[in-house]
Design a protein. Structure first.
Length: 220
């Protein structure tokens, strides 16, 4: 998962944001700008969410300090202040985006995807219907909800299907091709289930008595 630093001092809102984002982001929650600065200098993050109204050093001041210390991580400011001059001040401080409270989580996640999208090099891209599969980055991009991170094994398994989208693969073949010696055919079934759960239940079809095939509905 991509790493997200959330700087929010609201004892109720901070954990809610963390829990909502947790399925697709590795979220580190801190309550002060000072703690955020210490973390961001020592550890790499893919994106930050910074509340503007923090105690002590404000979120806007924190963003300025991040940039002064050459921390280039994309930053989204959250604030209850929504006038044009407020947004301009936040962006001029060095933020990449600005979202006014109250907000919809769907919009927040879309903005986070947009902030991180340009920082991922394209690499090889395989089209699976409306899905875009990047095996080099172990990611598949959903037409509905953005990037989904895959494990090495999930990536290897999906690569086999994507290379020959019309072929029906037996469990025995997939077991030998993708998995370590000593694994059983139930391991193949488990990883097919994992891929379906992360993507779409129709992405991989079960062909009764034969094995699995990339979903016909997913083919272009």
């Amino acid at each position: 998962m991509k790493r997200l630093l959330l700087v929010e001092d609201d004892a109720r809102l901070g954990p809610i944001i963390r829990d909502v984002l947790a399925p697709q982001w590795h979220v580190t929650l801190v309550e002060t700008a000072e703690n955020a600065l210490d973390l961001a200098i020592r550890e790499p993050f893919d994106v930050m969410i910074v509340d503007r109204g923090l105690p002590g050093m404000s979120g806007e001041q924190a963003v300025q300090e991040f940039r002064r210390r050459s921390v280039a991580t994309p930053i989204l400011i959250l604030s209850a202040l929504g006038q044009v001059h407020d947004r301009v001040d936040g962006l001029d401080a060095g933020a990449n985006d600005y979202l006014v409270k109250p907000f919809e989580f769907e919009e927040l996640t879309a903005r986070l995807r947009a902030l991180t999208r340009e920082y991922v090099s394209p690499g090889q891209c395989l089209e699976i219907g409306d899905w875009l599969f990047y095996p080099d980055h172990r990611e598949i991009v959903s037409p509905y909800s953005g990037r989904v991170t895959l494990t090495d094994t999930e990536t290897a398994l999906l690569s086999v299907f994507a290379a020959e989208p019309t072929r029906v693969f037996s469990r025995e073949y997939l077991l030998a091709r993708v998995f370590a010696h000593g694994e059983s055919e139930t391991t193949v079934e488990s990883y097919v289930h994992y891929l379906r759960r992360k993507t779409d239940k129709d992405l991989i079809r079960t062909i009764r008595g034969q094995g699995y095939q990339l979903g016909v509905s997913q083919l272009r």
